[in-house]
Ligand binder design. Sequence first.
Ligand code: L34
Length: 249
Amino acid sequence: MRVGSDPASEVYVRNKAKKARELGLEGTELIHPETMSEAELLAEVERLNRDDDVDGILVQLPLPKQIDPMKVIDAIDPAKDVDGFHPINVGMLHLGRPSLAPCTPAGVIRLIESTGQPIEGKHAVVIGRSDIVGKPVAALLLQRHATVTICHSRTRDLAAIAREADVLVAAIGKARFVTADMIKPSAIVIDVGINRLIVDGAGKLAGDVDFNAASEVAGWITPVPGGVGPMTIAMLMKNTVTAAERRRA
Ligand code: L34
């Protein structure tokens, strides 16, 4: 579900609905006006909670300023919470109990696993501590027996810590924040950032990592676009199938 017309959200939600239809999941893109009230959105969530034909509910963030995202997330039936944002699912994740894991963090883990390198025992450094990326990525890495360091805006000598990382996850939200000198040779680098830059008057996507220079140093590195974004959508499809199977079990 999308409220309002944030241009990035329009692209992301369209990509999600398209992928769902490709896979035969009957994804419906519900679009509401920017002026929708919080009460109206909560009523809409309630309606979808009660609709037995609906297996997954996703309310795309950010929401317009009159709507408190926390209230909306809390209102979603945890069994239909395919984003894994409800406090019940967040709690389950941090306890290591099987639940609906948030899509971007699950995608990050899947990308790391695709290297074939074991996560166990590695030093993983996560830059960023948001509730939707940094914290859950750290929890998933810890569950897989990595030694996890979380860096953020108040971290002292962040570059030195990053350089110690066997696995570096960049989720800062600043274009090209991670430079080649911050990467340990042969490290696995996962770039979660999606920053919109204007280059020579044209819009261009850039990650949180300076890809060209970093790819000379890293052993593995994900591009932006074409990295974490599409994996986020893949994990959303997986969560939706899981939610559907559980509701019918
Ligand atoms: N509720 N809100 C909720 N759930 C989410 O999981 C998200 N997120 C983030 C923003 N808000 C959300 C997404 O879906 C970010 N995000 C997301 C999803 C897909 C893509 C990027 C971010 C994606 O498809 N990225 C393409 C490029 C798209 C473009 O051209 O802008 C890529 O190749 O990276």
